[in-house]
Design a protein around this ligand. Structure first.
Ligand code: C2E
Ligand code: MG
Ligand code: MG
Ligand code: MG
Length: 291
């Protein structure tokens, strides 16, 4: 509830989040004005199809261009957005902006999908289905082009509501994806209950692959589970050629990570695709020089 998130939200925020933003006392006030000042941006990270060596779509990731601190990552401000309820207006803006960008790509002839992340508070947002479908309508986008990423933990916060909402998304043709899979309460029951078409293996497992046998086994198991349930599986956080080779051997269908590209502003995507000729049968690595 928006009203309840007002003053109480700020108070809770100060107690819980003091370490994160303590270096900058003005940051909290700045955050409440950031939307009106158009300081939020959507950056995009490509997702590759392992078989076709081709970009299949992008994940939209929120950035805050802070006037003094430069580009801030969600880890520094997303908890505050959640606790204050500001994630609702910011999230609504973000969904609209991402769909606007997808329309531009669509009109340029790119058949890409776009994945957006929904946080636990957005999940509870009563009009979230309307916000998402309205953006699709506004930009004349096929629902199949949109992927909604949710974590298991946010789905489990209110399982009835989650099943209902995700079924609504799924019914109109939007793809449901389970993000950060394997980290929390992962179980088969969950996968049977939610209408998910895609699993994203959490990057912590990808990072430990090769070093830890159990992580490699977890990755292999998730890939097999996904396959047996007819779901797409995405590995996130791929940083090395060794990880890529192992994932390819294990049969992972979709790939994402700094090895291919960092998330980048929309105006960098054109460069990315220009440097990826259709003839090229190897996945371009390091094609974007970021940060
Ligand atoms: P996520 O959805 O799991 O997104 C993946 C995160 O991993 C992104 O961090 C991405 O930049 C990072 N990443 C991608 N490839 C690599 C890699 O190879 N190595 C490493 N170490 N990291 C990699 P980011 O952008 O900081 O976002 C963090 C989280 O914030 C996201 O995790 C997502 O849960 C949340 N988030 C981001 N944007 C939004 C948004 O617009 N709305 C909502 N509700 N949540 C968002
Ligand atoms: Mg995600
Ligand atoms: Mg993830
Ligand atoms: Mg994550």
């Amino acid at each position: 509830n928006v009203k309840n998130d007002g003053r109480n939200g700020w108070a809770i925020y100060h107690v819980g989040m003091s370490q994160v933003l303590s270096a900058t006392p003005g940051l909290l006030q700045d955050l409440s004005l950031a939307l009106a000042r158009a300081q939020f941006e959507v950056w995009y990270q490509p997702k590759y199809c392992a078989q076709r060596n081709d970009i299949v779509g992008f994940e939209a990731l929120l950035r805050w261009r802070h006037p003094e601190q430069g580009i801030l990552l969600p880890a520094t401000f997303l908890p505050a957005l959640e606790k204050t309820g500001l994630i609702m207006p910011v999230g609504n803006w973000m969904i609209d902006e991402a769909c606007r960008q997808l329309q531009i790509w669509d009109q340029a002839g790119h058949p890409w999908t776009l994945a957006i992340n929904l946080s636990p508070v957005q999940f509870e947002q009563p009009d979230i289905f309307f916000v998402v479908t309205e953006s699709l309508r506004k930009y004349a986008l096929q629902p199949a082009r949109l992927i909604v990423e949710v974590t298991e933990s946010s789905a489990l916060k209110n399982l009835d509501r989650s099943v209902q909402l995700l079924n609504e998304f799924s019914k109109v043709g939007i793809t449901v994806s389970i993000d950060d899979f394997g980290t929390r309460y992962s179980n088969m029951l969950m996968l049977n209950t939610l209408p998910a078409k895609e699993l994203k293996i959490d990057k912590s497992f990808i990072k430990n692959m090769g070093h830890s046998e159990s992580s490699t086994n977890v990755v292999a198991t998730i890939i097999n589970v996904a396959r047996s349930m007819n779901m797409n599986v995405v590995a996130e956080g791929i940083e090395t050629q060794d990880q890529l080779a192992l994932l390819t051997t294990l049969g992972c269908s979709y790939l994402q990570g700094f090895l291919f590209s960092h998330p980048v502003p929309a105006d960098r995507i054109q460069v990315l695709t220009e440097q990826q000729p259709a003839e090229n049968k190897t996945i371009p690595v390091g094609i974007i020089n970021t940060n």
